[in-house]
Design a protein around this ligand. Structure first.
Ligand code: FAD
Length: 460
């Protein structure tokens, strides 16, 4: 209730104290500072007549009424999911001059690399002709270079090493890069459905994706697009679009950060406590990675259970560190706001990456990037464009952890630099498809490769 609507006596009552006039004056002034002057309304009277709730039927089923979501944007390339793969895809497409829209369910970009506190950049070194080289170039490398130029952005950026970035600095950098590229952004928007053309492609008889539905505080809204890139990591658009896929499960964890390590004074010769983690760009702060049970990462009951379980475990782990001599001042600084789901849905692509092909160094004509493994002591593996393409639905690409790969290979595909590489490729391919007015399946691959090279990607 507003102060002006209250009598003085009511106001005292509301505060629960007998107050002097002087004190009231002070409260009144504080209110003037606190309440914004233009308390605007939308002018819409919500009388409930437009509400369309689900209904509970006699047989216990819940029925959702049909509705026509308003179209809030029409775009060329729609990228859904602003993690490492999605940000690279959106930046790459936008830099080619096509209208690009990026949808993200949270209020920041970076996916697991920021909200999941997965800050250790693995797998971008490979061996070529017995020389160690960095396979991740293009937008991923540009990001690392720019992080170097920001205070506390990245550490261990040394030849042959795996650096660690800072999640907050990376969030900031992504805002910079995404706004520089003039990308249309929808944050706080949870994609929940695909929009399919009401007619299949007459030549291939395959369904054609035309956009996505996002859930917002204003209800569902539609975004129409010429090409869609699903980088949600969980296939939240390609699954409702009917894309053939498999479901995987692997080690759901919850990384966290601990502070005050620079004030630790362990006695000489004492054993290093468990759960100390690894250094980050912030002095005295370590990040601690976590494994966990391999369960279904899209089942909300499981995710809820794991959040509770992991948070208890983290607390115990930190207490164990604090109980070690010299580490009494270490504290739990932050747990990842986003649970660490390593893998869920993976498309069945036009091609599938296999570990054997990677080991054999198999080359593909439609190579759109080179991936590396964790420790960089092996040859790089080619990423064929067809791994980003669904084999049964058109005009939808994927990249990052959900591209087509057999299970052992997914473990390599999903590390951050490899997601940068495949995201970069998906963005360029989607933009080439728009520019050449063709489907993602028919995109002229040489144009894609030429543009990727022009954007400093490494294709071997
Ligand atoms: C615990 C853990 C430890 C790991 N350790 C390492 C490591 O040390 N080094 C390494 O390189 N990699 C590591 N990885 C792997 C790496 O972090 C991920 O595989 C990588 O971040 C995947 O990138 P992505 O862009 O494909 O997906 P994500 O990072 O998952 O990004 C997906 C984005 O889409 C958004 N999104 C999801 N659903 C929707 C929706 N419906 N609507 C709108 N937006 C949506 C998400 O919010 C997110 O921003 C680890 C992963 C985990 C979970």
């Amino acid at each position: 209730m507003f102060l002006s609507e209250l009598s003085r006596r009511d106001w005292f009552k509301a505060l629960g104290v007998g107050m002097s006039v002087a004190a009231f004056g002070a409260v009144s002034n504080a209110r003037a500072d606190f309440v914004h002057k233009e308390d605007k309304t939308t002018g819409v009277l919500l009388d409930g007549s437009q509400a369309r709730p689900c209904t509970l039927q006699n047989d216990g089923t819940v029925v959702r009424p049909a509705m026509n979501p308003p179209v809030i944007s029409e775009t060329d390339v729609l990228v859904v999911g602003g993690g490492p793969a999605g940000c690279c895809a959106a930046i790459a497409a936008a830099r080619m001059g096509v209208k690009t829209t990026l949808v993200e369910r949270y209020g920041h970009f970076g996916g697991l690399a920021t909200g999941g506190l997965v800050v250790h950049i693995l797998g971008h070194w490979i061996k070529e002709n017995d020389q160690k080289i960095q396979a991740t170039q293009g937008i991923g490398e540009e990001m690392m270079k720019r992080l170097e130029g920001l205070p506390n952005g990245i550490v261990k950026r040394e030849f042959g090493k795996n650096p660690t970035l800072d999640a907050e600095v990376y969030k900031y950098l992504l805002v910079e890069m995404i706004t520089e590229a003039n990308i249309e952004v929808f944050l706080h928007s949870w994609a929940s459905d695909a929009i399919i053309d009401d007619e299949n492609n007459p030549e291939t008889n395959r369904p054609v994706v035309r956009g996505a539905i996002i859930q917002t505080k204003l209800g569902p809204q539609a975004i129409l697009a010429k090409q869609v890139v699903d980088t949600t990591g969980d296939g939240d658009v390609f699954v409702p679009a009917g894309v053939a896929h498999t479901q995987r499960m692997y080690d759901i964890g919850l990384p966290y950060r601990i502070g005050n390590l620079d004030r630790a004074t362990p006695p000489e010769g004492s054993k290093r406590p468990r759960y100390l983690g690894d250094l980050t760009p912030i002095p005295g702060v370590n990040w601690v990675n976590m494994a966990g049970p391999s369960l279904d990462g899209v089942d909300v009951r499981i995710l809820s259970k794991l959040e509770l379980q992991h948070r208890k475990q983290i607390w115990k782990q930190v207490q164990e560190v604090r109980n070690s001599p010299g580490y009494e001042n270490v504290y739990l600084m932050e747990t990842a706001p986003q649970i660490g789901v390593r893998i869920t849905r993976v498309i069945e692509g036009e091609a599938t990456l296999t570990l054997q092909d990677a080991r054999d160094g198999r080359k593909y004509d439609d190579c759109v990037g080179i991936g590396g493994a964790w420790h960089g002591d092996h040859i790089g593996w080619h990423i064929p464009y067809r791994c980003l393409l669904s084999k049964n639905v058109e005009n939808i690409l994927t990249a990052g952890r959900s591209l087509s790969a057999e299970p052992l290979m997914s473990d390599l595909v999903r590390v951050i630099p490899n997601c940068w590489v495949s995201g970069h490729a998906a963005g360029v391919a989607a933009a080439v498809a728009v520019k050449t007015e063709t489907s993602a399946h028919n995109v002229p691959i040489h144009d894609v490769q030429k543009e990727l090279r022009a954007q400093n990607a490494y294709l071997g």
